[in-house]
Design a protein around this ligand. Structure first.
Ligand SMILES: [Zn+2]
Length: 437
């Protein structure tokens, strides 16, 4: 049988079925989709590929899903560090954004982030930023998958002047992107403390009509929870629940402040958590009790957050930190195993985005969003267990090849749709502009 592509790999970790590691296996791709995962000897008998890729030192995994970022903020990486969240936001990030964020800032910043993400094995990102139309356009242009956040705030920003304007722009953009193969959208109200009840109610009506997911920062810091409690005796989570937001279509990002009761009741709503351990550590926001949340049945995905608070878009590193931090926070070395960390960075992200019928595992019928990591470097030898090497030892420089929907976007470390020289030049221009800020 003739097929587009056959990848012969030393190992394949498909994530579904859970817990499986295949050795000397092949992945067969046709028309952008995975059509078979089978023993390499059997694959050679059965298929005549138009392209054959032999990756005999590599492990193949599903493309990593960065379930929370602000991609364009890569241009602000390193502009203000070692500060607590509110000081960092109010005195540094928001003023810089007010002065500089524009269509060209978002275009150049998103491109920079896409290059970094692809080179690190990320094939899908869940974005929340100004000019989401530009972020979507850049993702399409460079062939990466993206879930674009249709942002909502109470107050004016460069994107819209008031809550109604954010909502009408959101509806327009949703309509324009509806038929893009690699793009989906979510409503993205920024946080409980930046969006009031009325726009949240209106947004929810639209989200219900369009069957759309909702992406929001929630319980990021103790300050956020205390401030709301002093206002009306409720936690932000209780307020969102009363408004009807918490459903299986809801993604709560951060969730560092959770009591055992919060965990129990949030699990009942079917909402998802997007854990961003590096951002939480860097801003000293607190720790999401991931092991307890998973035990309660909550789906926990993984994100890097924007580069201004991380400062990279490195999902391999995020997996490692998530696995280590969960052990430290729970006092249990078995909490968040290497396999669970990989699930968080792939299938759990797909579930949170409502895209698990399309992506998140190397299963027959799903899109060929595939990443190869070369484990032949001395740093990842010997390989008793490719999964343990991947999560606890490998670095993103070992990501050799990346495909999205069967299209090769990274070929032996070379990006096929972005020019590094051009990216460096554009980053330098922005560095010069922002330096005086
Ligand atoms: Zn964020």
């Amino acid at each position: 049988m003739q097929v587009d592509l056959l990848i012969q790999a030393r190992w394949i970790i498909p994530v579904e079925p859970a817990g499986v590691i295949h050795e000397n296996y092949s992945l067969v791709v046709d028309d952008g989709k995975i059509i078979d995962v089978l023993d390499t000897a059997a694959a050679a008998q059965k298929y005549q590929p138009r392209a054959l890729e032999i990756l005999d030192q590599h492990v193949l995994i599903p493309g990593l899903i960065n379930c929370h970022t602000h991609a364009a903020m890569s241009l602000l990486s390193g502009i203000a560090d070692d500060l607590p969240l509110m000081d960092w936001l109010q005195n540094h990030i928001w003023p810089a954004e007010q002065k500089w964020v524009s269509e060209s800032f978002v275009r150049d910043g998103t491109d920079l982030a896409i290059a970094e993400m692809l080179r690190g094995g990320t094939t899908c990102f869940n974005d929340m930023y100004f000019f989401p139309d530009i972020a979507a356009q850049q993702a399409v242009e460079h062939g990466i998958r993206a879930n674009i956040g249709l942002i909502v705030f109470d107050f004016p920003t460069v994107w819209a002047e008031n809550a109604d304007a954010y909502l009408s722009k959101a509806l327009d953009l949703h309509e324009r992107l509806r038929h893009e193969r690699l793009i989906s959208t979510s409503f993205a109200p920024h946080a409980p403390y930046t969006v009031s009840d009325e726009p949240l109610r209106k947004m929810l009506t639209f989200a219900d009509e369009l069957d759309s997911t909702i992406h929001m920062h929630v319980h990021e810091t103790r300050h956020e929870v205390e401030e709301q409690r002093q206002k009306n005796g409720q936690t932000p989570l209780q307020r969102l629940h009363e408004l009807g937001l918490l459903t299986p279509s809801f993604m709560a990002v951060h969730m560092t402040q959770l009591s055992p009761e919060d965990i129990r009741f949030y699990a009942e709503t079917g909402g998802h958590i997007v854990h961003c351990p590096e951002s939480n550590l860097k801003l000293a926001s607190g720790f999401c009790p991931v092991a307890a949340c998973m035990e309660a049945g909550i789906n926990v995905a993984l994100g890097t957050d924007g580069a201004a608070s991380n400062n990279d878009q490195d999902m391999l590193a995020e997996m490692r930190v998530a696995a280590l931090l969960a052990k430290g926070v729970s006092g249990n070395a078995s909490a968040v195993s290497a396999m669970q960390a990989l699930q968080m960075a792939t299938l759990n992200g797909a579930k949170a985005l409502g895209l698990d019928d399309k992506i998140g595992s190397l299963a027959v019928g799903k899109a060929a969003d595939v990443v190869a990591i070369d484990l032949s470097d001395v740093e990842t030898q010997p390989v008793f267990n490719p999964l343990a090497q991947l999560v606890y030892a490998a670095s993103r420089h070992q990501v050799s090849d990346v495909w999205v929907a069967g299209k090769r976007l990274l070929n032996k470390r070379q990006l096929t749709t972005l020019d590094l020289h051009d990216l460096r030049r554009r980053a330098a221009v922005w560095q010069q502009r922002l330096a005086g800020f």
